[in-house]
Write a protein that binds this ligand. Structure first.
Ligand SMILES: NC(=O)C1=CN([C@@H]2O[C@H](COP(=O)(O)OP(=O)(O)OC[C@H]3O[C@@H](n4cnc5c(N)ncnc54)[C@H](OP(=O)(O)O)[C@@H]3O)[C@@H](O)[C@H]2O)C=CC1
Ligand SMILES: CC(=O)C(=O)O
Ligand SMILES: [Mg+2]
Length: 618
């Protein structure tokens, strides 16, 4: 609950925030110019610029393409530089959509969308918001995976910032090269584990760009307030190292102390210019992902998306599935859960489930919660290597393999089951109710395993969450075929609903995209100084409670990406409430102000506003 004792005005803070969209805003400039140009009314939101002529047309944050009015063309010095007829956004959208539909492949659509973003961000975001379900599949998973693999081939124009091993000692100066003084959200990757595609080095840049586009489209963060970053610490991807067109550093990855001190220099550099920005660590390989999270989470405003946001949405999915099976949401301890994948996402998701079981109070200890989860890595079950090899089909032990498990993974080790048991054998032994895939290994949910699961439970919860689509642990069609249409299904990347024996089986998408834009919005509005586990837990419960009874009955667990703006609002409200409750919020609240109203008001909506040219010295 919000504390009424925190009085003053978040409303005013939001207004200030909204005003910051009016770049270089100056009341004197506005008054003077409004007097000279009677088509502008004082209450109209305007954007100002010191730019002129082609510089206006070529600035994607200023450009309106053919939509500049005659008086704007006059005062911005662009008369004659664009076709004579002024066309409003609706006509531009018609043209864009027609052209987009003519692209033959998703990657062509990706290139088309990128070109639009590079020309006119307002139009890009209008198009994206109005077609979020369809176009998120282009700018985000699955197509963004392809775009990452091909980044060095399809590269056109700079976006975001790169910090490489060449930049040691220079980063604090470099951060001032970024053209915007206010940055609210930074997404940073080292490209070491891009979706389920492995090490893609500097090609990973498309991931921060895509995630941040969702922050803007789904969370209403301003396009001027986002910063995509690649930490180019090298790559171990031989194909890229040998490709003359590769754009990243041509050396192998830094590791150990060298790696961590590199990241540390970057964190300090960013903090020196943007001390309040939210930093999202993205697609860092295990265990770097965890090590960095633990190093920084209590010091700066940051989180790891793959660990924490994924945990929130996967937990939301499991809780909603309980409801769909007619069980109370606080009966999580009654589930038997298999998680295939023991990396950042797998461990992160299972930690969230354990936290939730403990919070629900039905388990006596954390250990008891761990006992409800069976975890597998690429060798099979994390089990007891002292149990001898039998006829279970598990692979023989290789010397020292299990020595690599760390204390986070060892919590899930099962003493009563043989180490490296295959998935199918684990399913037969455990009779799971829920199976999660966070392995990046396509097809590991085998027919035998899923059929065996379906033998033991009326509504098996099958969540192959790896991205992009072709890395999914099974397809939607397989899941429904192998469970006689009984599965409650969600995947990380979208699949179409499946018709099975005349019945439409619903496919859900569980992707951290349902969580991070709302988190970013809540953090930005409350100006929270830290991101906490409680924020993710509340996010999970909020999302889990979004579907109606009817939707749950039909197999829909929560809204889809098409409703991301609505979901983000609800998540942002919760995140703000937690921030105030935990004493982390720095924006102050005015009594009686609705938080929902404040959040809605602070969300950027892409509309053209009049552009005024001002003297750079004002
Ligand atoms: N839907 C969503 O929102 C999200 C989905 N993901 C997806 O999760 C996947 C994993 O990400 P992340 O945890 O960060 O990656 P990591 O590289 O950190 O971990 C991958 C894990 O999967 C295990 N694994 C690999 N192959 C197999 C196999 N054949 N059978 C069983 N386990 C296997 C690995 O085992 P070992 O250590 O032995 O190699 C490792 O434990 C990716 O595909 C990613 O796209 C991630 C975040 C969010
Ligand atoms: C969705 C996401 O963050 C991933 O697959 O890594
Ligand atoms: Mg990720």
């Amino acid at each position: 609950m919000l504390r009424n004792s925190v009085l003053t005005s978040i409303h005013a803070a939001t207004k200030r925030y909204a005003a910051s969209t009016v770049r270089n805003y100056s009341r004197r400039a506005l008054t003077t110019t409004a007097a000279a140009f009677p088509d502008l009314r004082m209450e109209t939101m305007v954007q100002t610029t010191t730019k002129h002529g082609m510089d206006v047309i070529h600035d994607p944050l200023l450009s309106k393409g053919t939509a500049f009015s005659l008086s704007e063309r006059e005062r911005l010095g662009i008369r004659g530089l664009v076709p004579p007829r002024t066309q409003e956004m609706d006509k531009q959208l018609q043209r864009i959509i027609r052209n987009l539909r003519e692209c033959r492949t998703p990657l062509e659509k990706f290139v088309f969308m990128t070109a639009l973003q590079d020309r006119n961000e307002t139009l890009f975001y209008r198009l994206l918001i109005d077609n979020l379900q369809e176009l998120s599949q282009i700018i985000y998973t699955p197509t963004v995976g392809d775009a990452c693999k091909r980044f060095h081939s399809i590269y056109r124009r700079a976006r975001g910032m790169y910090f490489s091993s060449l930049d040691r000692g220079q980063m604090a100066a470099m951060v001032h090269n970024w053209p915007h003084d206010q940055v609210d959200v930074i997404v940073v990757t080292d490209g070491s584990r891009v979706l389920g595609l492995g090490d893609l080095g500097a090609n990973g840049m498309q991931i921060p760009i895509g995630k941040l586009s969702l922050y803007v489209a789904g969370g209403g963060i301003r396009p001027t307030s986002i910063l995509p970053v690649v930490l180019d610490v090298g790559t171990n991807n031989e194909e890229l190292l040998n490709d003359p067109l590769y754009l990243g550093m041509g050396h192998r990855r830094l590791d150990g102390e060298e790696y961590y001190s590199f990241v540390d220099e970057w964190v300090h550099a960013i903090q020196s210019r943007y001390p309040n920005a939210l930093i999202q660590f993205e697609d860092f390989k295990y265990p770097h992902a965890y090590n960095l999270l633990h190093k920084y989470q209590d010091k700066i405003c940051c989180f790891n998306d793959d660990i924490q946001s994924t945990s929130a949405v996967a937990l939301a999915g499991v809780l909603a599935a309980l409801k769909a099976r007619g069980k109370p949401i606080d009966s999580l301890d009654e589930e038997r859960i298999i998680c295939v994948g023991a990396g950042s996402a797998g461990v992160g998701v299972c930690e969230g489930i354990v936290d939730c079981m403990v919070e629900q109070g039905k388990v006596k200890s954390r250990e008891e919660a761990y006992s409800r989860i069976w975890m597998l890595d690429q060798h099979g079950l994390l089990g007891n290597s002292n149990i001898g090899a039998g006829d279970s089909g598990s692979t023989p032990l290789g010397a020292g393999d299990r020595a690599n498990l760390d204390e986070r993974q060892l919590c899930y080790l099962k003493k009563d089951l043989k180490d490296r048991l295959s998935l199918e054998d684990v399913v037969k032994a455990v009779k799971p109710t829920v199976i999660l895939g966070l392995s990046g290994a396509p097809g590991v949910f085998t027919e035998g395993a899923i059929r065996a699961m379906a033998d033991g439970v009326e509504k098996p919860v099958v969540f192959p969450l790896s991205n992009p689509t072709h890395q999914s642990e099974c397809t939607a069609e397989q899941a429904f075929n192998w469970t006689d249409g009984r599965a409650i299904f969600a995947s990380g990347s979208p699949f179409k609903d499946v018709e099975y024996k005349g019945k439409i089986c619903k496919v859900n998408q569980i992707n951290n995209a349902m969580s991070f834009p709302g988190l970013g919005l809540g953090i930005t509005v409350s100006r929270a100084s830290r991101v906490t586990g409680k924020m993710f837990m509340e996010t999970a419960v909020t999302i889990a409670n979004m579907a109606s009874e009817e939707q749950l009955k039909s197999g829909v667990l929560f809204p889809g990406v098409g409703d991301l703006r609505e979901v983000s609002k609800e998540v942002a409200i919760k995140v703000c409430e937690v921030a105030y409750d935990q004493g982390l919020a720095r924006a102050q609240l005015r009594q009686g102000v609705s938080l929902k109203g404040v959040i809605e008001e602070s969300m950027w909506d892409p509309e053209y506003v009049p552009t005024i040219r001002i003297d750079g010295h004002m």
